[in-house]
Ligand binder design. Structure first.
Ligand code: G1P
Length: 291
């Protein structure tokens, strides 16, 4: 069955970005001039997804406004003849069919995904986490969908991380099927480094079966006292095949201050309109000289 629906959990409080996130959603913080959540939605759309459910919470209204039409702004830009800006603003309003549901209590990623059950129904679906922005030639989710078509089993994105970082992620134990593709045998959420089964971390892209909802329904609190998607996946691998896929591309953890900075700098260097002057500026900062 073709995967056409995606779920984007966006109810988190953005504690790592306080005070910026006190009165605005962390998903609306821009990388250069585009909110991080728009990169995620564009990746989903470029991968063939047509229907997207964003799991929001209190204080997240700006996300809905962003993906809506903006008649006053559009009228203003039209009057001023700002054609390019007008096109940019209009295009956002018709990216995909976007739906919203609120997660009333922040009880963890597993709980957030469970809020998508009615939207998803009985079909396979994708989950994309907003803290992981991936820059790649073929969109990360598209790469995973290609594998999904081939193996007809659920797929999660993985990446090798330094030993010092394994405790920040879900970590897999797997058997290599071919380079970069693993049959997952077990997973553990945020293990202490000495208990981690590998250095292969789960990155925020998943293609899941609807069966995950019944497994989530009986998943109790895990790491950090939260209902963990990883714990439900652990049950899933006892029943059916789950593949780990080491995608190609550069992944940024934009949920951390340093990852966010790296993404900003590298994306600016990748933009033809900014690269020249920005590079000259960076060189002057690093090597000294006039700014
Ligand atoms: C979540 C998942 C974790 C995964 C990570 C990827 O953790 O629970 O398994 O490795 O996303 O970014 P979080 O970063 O929300 O704590």
């Amino acid at each position: 069955m073709r995967v056409r629906k995606a779920v984007i959990p966006a109810a988190g409080l953005g504690v790592r970005f306080l005070p910026a996130t006190k009165a605005q959603p962390k998903e609306m913080i821009p990388l250069i001039d585009k909110p991080t959540i728009q990169y995620i939605i564009e990746e989903a759309v470029a991968s063939g997804i047509t229907d997207i459910l964003i799991i929001t919470g209190r204080g997240k209204r700006a996300i809905e406004d962003h993906f809506d039409h903006a008649p006053e702004l559009e009228h203003f830009l039209e009057q001023k003849g700002k054609v390019e800006a007008l096109e940019t603003v209009r295009a956002i309003g018709s990216l995909a069919n976007i739906y919203y549901v609120r997660q009333k209590d922040p009880r963890g990623l597993g709980h957030a995904v469970a809020c998508a059950e009615a939207f998803v129904g009985n079909e396979p679906f994708a989950v994309l986490l907003g803290d992981d922005v991936v820059v790649s030639e073929v969109p990360c989710l598209k790469q995973m969908l290609n594998l999904y078509e081939e193996v007809r089993g659920s797929v999660i994105a993985i990446e090798e991380v330094p030993e010092t970082d394994v405790s920040k992620y879900g970590v897999i134990k797997g058997r290599a099927l071919r380079p970069g593709i693993y049959v997952i045998e077990d997973l553990v959420e945020k293990p202490p480094v000495e208990e981690a089964p590998s250095r292969l971390a789960v990155i925020g892209r998943y293609i899941l079966p609807p069966r995950i909802f019944s497994l989530l329904a009986r998943t109790g609190p895990g790491a950090g006292g939260e209902i963990q998607l990883t714990d439900a996946l652990r049950e899933l691998v006892r029943e059916e095949a789950l593949y780990g896929y080491a995608f190609s591309g550069r992944r940024y953890d934009v949920g951390s201050n340093l990852g966010y900075l790296k993404a900003t700098v590298e994306m600016a260097l990748g933009r033809p309109d900014l690269r020249g002057p920005f590079l000259a500026y960076l060189q002057s900062v690093v090597c000294g000289g006039e700014r």
